[in-house]
Design a protein around this ligand. Structure first.
Ligand code: HAM
Length: 427
């Protein structure tokens, strides 16, 4: 048997109803905050991620699905391509490519699959889905303002409450600007020097190339050492500190609770100043439902103009896992099952179904080959229809149909013109 590749999965009904519910809800929230959708390719040049996400990150070091594309002609040279492990680099690439700074402040969102070659476990897949958003634009358009950070965080709190994630925690930190981070990295390098030979080989490499990434280490034996390292907070400049304070004061004003976590550095290199995660207890080890932060230098790193930005990505797989709602509770059952009774009745039933569906009713259509009505009743029961409607020769001649309410067993004859109203009334 051919199975889906390791770390991927099929999403089937009824579960897909939950996914649709989540996506419909988030689209409404994005509309209320004036975000607009962007769709970028699911693969990009490998260089985009190496430069954007950072050479020394786990994502780029270990987790990318990369291949050499041959090209098909002289004009279509081969190049290294990668399935996107995240969408922020792609959005910033599109910002630069399409000169989106002409539009001032861009408030963009996306929903789609991302790919990382991770070890699969609960809440961790190789193809997973993100719902993300980015605010990006020239500083003159207000993209640098801490008000944008707070707006993003308040949007997330609103969405999680609305979609039905209870007991989330917002963990907040500032990782400083480039200069702050340089000082922090230097302090880490010094702190690591006497102990690094006791750490894993990844950390030994990180200590030289990018000490901050030591915080990504998952090796249990290394954790006591990591716990003694300095935190970024003490290296923040006056400006970074003021930015962070303003974000927190707006959150206080709009009553969004948060927990400060000075050890939160995030796994991608582009973050500056604000960094955050929303976590949820039910998820076990992979407890981050979403993560994000500010990436003020990313556009320049990709060859673009200065374009401060902030954004987030929700792990949709994890969000769905943490929902209290069930697929059943968000699935709309058929309003009526139409049972064509006798030869030639499929076309009459199709006409009635067409009329009813125009009135926003969910209609399931049977088949005249079901010779016995009992079979139609069983089918109607199985899909949980509220009503069964019989379409036979007599009904068509009278232009009135037998309509039976399945739960109560009550049966009435309803003129064709009143059918839709009768069925909707009891929705
Ligand atoms: P990230 O923290 O790498 O950030 O991913 C965001 C979220 O995606 C995680 O919190 C998690 O819920 C989900 N996720 C990540 N990897 C997996 C996986 N293997 N399986 C299931 N879910 C996963 C980013 O991707 C940034 N682009 C977010 C961002 C946008 N920052 C600024 N703008």
């Amino acid at each position: 048997m051919i199975k889906s590749p390791r770390g991927t999965r099929d999403l089937l009904p009824p579960d897909t109803a939950l996914w649709n519910y989540v996506e419909a809800t988030v689209r409404d929230v994005f509309r209320a905050y004036n975000f607009h959708e962007i769709r970028t390719p699911i693969f990009e040049s490998t260089e985009l991620f190496a430069r954007g996400v950072g050479e020394e990150t786990d994502v780029v070091q270990k987790e990318m699905f990369t291949w050499e594309d041959r090209g098909r002609a002289e004009s279509d040279r081969g190049q290294s391509l990668t399935l996107r492990p995240e969408n922020t680099a792609g959005v910033v690439r599109a910002y630069i490519e399409h000169k989106l700074w002409d539009r001032g402040l861009n408030k963009l969102f996306y929903i789609g699959p991302q790919f990382r070659r991770e070890r699969p476990q609960k809440g961790r897949f190789r193809q997973f889905y993100q719902i993300g958003a980015e605010i990006i634009g020239p500083a003159a358009a207000g993209s640098q303002s801490p008000a944008r950070d707070a707006e993003i965080l308040e949007l997330l709190a609103t969405f999680l409450d609305q979609v039905g994630v209870v007991n989330w925690t917002l963990e907040l930190n500032s990782v400083g600007d480039l200069a702050d981070r340089a000082k922090f990295n230097e302090a880490l390098r010094q702190a690591l020097a006497p102990v690094v030979d006791k750490m894993c080989t990844d950390c030994q490499r990180r200590a030289v190339t990018n000490p901050l990434r030591v915080f990504d280490c998952k090796v249990p034996e290394d954790q006591p050492i990591i716990a003694t390292l300095p935190t970024v907070t003490q290296f923040l400049s006056e400006e970074s500190r003021a930015h962070y304070e303003e974000v927190k004061s707006i959150l206080d004003a709009v009553q969004i609770p948060y927990t400060e976590n000075p050890r939160l550095v995030r796994g991608l290199d582009y973050y500056q100043k604000t960094a955050f995660e929303f976590t949820h207890g039910s998820l076990g080890a992979q407890n981050a439902i979403l993560g994000g932060g500010r990436y003020d230098g990313l556009s320049e790193a990709l060859g673009g103009p200065p374009a401060p930005g902030i954004g987030f990505a929700i792990g949709e797989d994890r969000l769905v896992l943490s929902l209290t709602a069930s697929a059943e509770s968000v699935t709309r059952k058929p309003d009526v099952y139409i049972a064509p009774l006798g030869a030639g009745m499929n076309r009459e039933a199709a006409r009635v179904a067409r009329e009813l569906r125009r009135h926003d009713l969910v209609v399931e259509l049977g088949d005249e080959s079901f010779r016995k009505l009992k079979k139609s009743f069983e089918a109607a029961d199985k899909i949980g229809a509220r009503y069964i409607l019989i379409v036979g020769e007599n009904e068509v001649a009278a232009n009135a149909f037998a309509l039976k309410h399945l739960a109560s067993g009550e049966q009435v004859t309803v003129p064709r013109a009143e059918l839709a109203q009768r069925i909707s009334r009891t929705k």
